[in-house]
Design a protein around this ligand. Structure first.
Ligand code: HEM
Length: 184
């Protein structure tokens, strides 16, 4: 929501897609999600820039491994910096900008098969809550966009919205978002 309020043109695009695909006054259903490519792209772009678990969960190397000339010794604790991967200019064009369009027409998803976007981890210990989380996130964000007009509180200019993050096991916005919904 913070990225959408900071980028009102993207919010309008998402709202228009929902109006066209499910129609004003109709409730969003899980079965609509495949027909909403822009909403899906917004979530992928959010996973890229603001991963909920920025270092995933710690791992321990089971054996000595060599990766790109570096030796990771058996027993070493390994943290994967997903936050940095999401902002790596060698992987993403214009990495610090919120551009959901980069995912339109792309096969990349966050289900553990594309190592540039492993929001839920990958492999044997991938997040078992991922199918539920993906459904809920699309349903919640889509419904908030579809049923309300949104504006920032106290006349905050979109481009001046404070996007600073607070690091921890889970990534949080440093200052909570204050947004005002008006039912449509
Ligand atoms: C936006 C929502 C969520 C995100 C981004 C997320 C992300 C993650 C990540 C990155 C991991 C670590 C995976 C790894 O180490 O490779 C994880 C593990 C886990 N998640 Fe989630 N998760 C979410 C929602 C949920 C939900 C809704 C549930 C349960 C209903 C859940 C249950 C778990 C459990 C039990 C583990 C530990 C799995 C293990 O170590 O074997 N998560 N999650």
């Amino acid at each position: 929501m913070a990225e959408l309020l900071r980028n009102p043109d993207k919010l309008v695009k998402a709202k228009n897609e929902l109006d066209e695909m499910i129609g004003k006054g109709n409730h969003l259903a899980e079965s609509d999600i495949p027909q909403l490519p822009y909403l899906r792209a917004i979530l992928k772009e959010t996973f890229r820039l603001h991963p909920a678990l920025p270092l995933l969960l710690p791992r321990k190397a089971g054996a000595d491994v060599e990766i790109n000339g570096f030796t990771v010794p058996k027993g070493a604790r390994v943290l994967l910096n997903l936050w940095a991967i999401g902002r790596d200019p060698a992987i993403w064009d214009d990495p610090t900008s919120f551009v959901p369009e980069r995912f339109l027409g792309s096969d990349v998803d966050a289900k553990g098969n594309y190592f540039e976007l492993v929001t839920f981890g990958a492999g044997r210990r991938i997040c078992p809550g991922m199918p539920l989380a993906l459904r809920m996130l699309h349903m919640m964000l889509g419904s908030l966009i579809h049923w309300f007009d949104w504006k920032l509180s106290d006349g905050v200019e979109p481009e001046k919205l404070d996007m600073e993050e607070k690091f921890g096991i889970a990534l949080q916005k440093a200052k909570p978002l204050l947004a005002i919904p008006t039912p449509i």
